[in-house]
Write a protein that binds this ligand. Sequence first.
Ligand code: ATP
Ligand code: MG
Length: 598
Amino acid sequence: MTALALQRIVKQVAELPVPPHLLDYDKTCADFSWDSARRWLDGLPENGGLNIAYEAVDRHLLRGCGDKTAIRWLGKTGARRELSFADLAQATNRFANALKTLGVQPGERVFVLMGRLPELYVALLGALKARCVVTPLFSAFGPEPIATRAEMGDARVLVTTPDLYRRKIHGLRARLTGLQHVIAVGDETVEGPGVHGWNALVDSCSPEYTIGPTDPESMSLLHFTSGTTGRPKGAMHVHAAVLAHAVTGRYALDLHDEDVFWCTADPGWVTGTSYGIIAPLVNGVTNVVVEAEFDAQTWYGVLERERVSVWYTAPTAIRMMMRLGVDALRGYNMPALRFMSSVGEPLNPEAVVWGLQAFGLPFHDNWWQTETGGIMISNFAALDIMPGSMGKPLPGITAAIVRRTANNSLELVTDPAIEGELALKVPWPSMMRGYLHEDERYKKCFVQGWYLTGDLARRDGEGYYWFVGRADDVIKSSGHLIGPFEVESALMEHPAVAEAGVIGIPDAMAGEVVKAFVAVKPGFEANEALRRELLGHARKRLGAAVAPKDIEFRANLPKTRSGKIMRRLLKARALGLPEGDLSTLESDERPIADGAHP
Ligand code: ATP
Ligand code: MG
């Protein structure tokens, strides 16, 4: 356990408003098998096999849940749309038929580029019904990141809006030689080769469609990683992954029939697909989709008005809410909210506990990657939380801390004080089946039946996993191995700190020394006195060997579109090195006041 662990949050299961699905962790793990969990799903009744869209949508109609709201869409300007499971079944059937009309074949790639509009959800699920491979992209991507991914992924069809088409795609058409069809949402006429208006094309198609035989091992989604550590990789997933979505929705997010679920992630990031679309629908719950971007008041309004009961968000958003303080929540009443969780980056212990102050509930951190397709390590509703820990492995997942030895074999680390690489025993249904066009890189991830995640962690005596850092980000200073997360979390404990990013700077004596970039909360001044105070605070909390030697203030830190601090960019800039692939950079850092830039 790290020195930073705040007090354990003890769960009284009898006091929880709903009994959690996973009550006895050890027994569930012991009894669990993916083969028997497969019975939670139906499989295709007519043609056989397993299709994500059938499990997410159509099968609920046979259970008499057709009228239940599947997607509750809340538009930016106050518009609302409710799509029942029956509506969604028909709409996705129409879309699958539209692809057929265009002659699009199973296995061909359909890219989706738009904000969180209802058509995004219809297109993605409809294309899965047609057994096409879907890649959702962030609508805020510029033309270059779109072109690179579309070329790499061999996009045959693109679903987008007229505005995005004109601004970003039109100029790329000559370059995207494989792109045959563009479906532009709405009825506006858009000029361009192979461009079809959604309304004319899709709405005129039949709402009846029979999904063809779908091999569970056939490709379903191609997802690009966040690009936090380098050029984004294309992770290839298959239809069988839906089993992991069903299981994690039930055990890690504790979804129950009557829940109203909200995942704040955009489908351009794997969380927004696995949990913003598939997991809640497979579990038959109502899924709230919010078109607007983050704004604390908007979000609190959604939680209250829509009576969200299970909420899945990310550390960056939580830190932004913390920046505004608990006062911003005054006047909101959220009696329905019962379970909150977070993913994407390490969740600082301060943030877990802030959840208790602000919402009366802790945030449950969980860990996974684009590559793993679904949640692998999680804090569960019935289990105590150790703030700062990612939790325990999902039933069905065997995790370990390992070290690679010189002859490329593995050594298991059992000492809770020693960190090593987080490894997961293969296989499980949602594991990627390859990196697009990067076979060697894919093969290198596996050693002796383990998938090596590239993240460093520790496991304590109780079996909780503690994130240390990405292997690339870990700092080696005077013989110590320092994880940026530990240092960032210590800084976050100081009332002035809104966010922190920590890197190693080469040093002749120590090898590397720790440097921190810090953004302060409103009401605090980023001055020399505060800098000294923070250096002192960190030294007291971490000891001189681990504490930062230097702190620079920033108005904010550079982040990916999926909300992760880009430490590699802080480092490249600090060292004057090339900045590398910036295609996923969303908010760049802003210098403070005088504009000093490293
Ligand atoms: P790239 O692989 O392109 O550098 P990325 O790793 O950020 O980008 P994702 O697949 O979106 O792309 O993110 C997975 C990574 O995010 C994990 O490997 C881990 O480093 C980090 N992460 C996710 N959840 C957590 C968590 N709960 N605690 C700590 N780290 C997390
Ligand atoms: Mg990664």
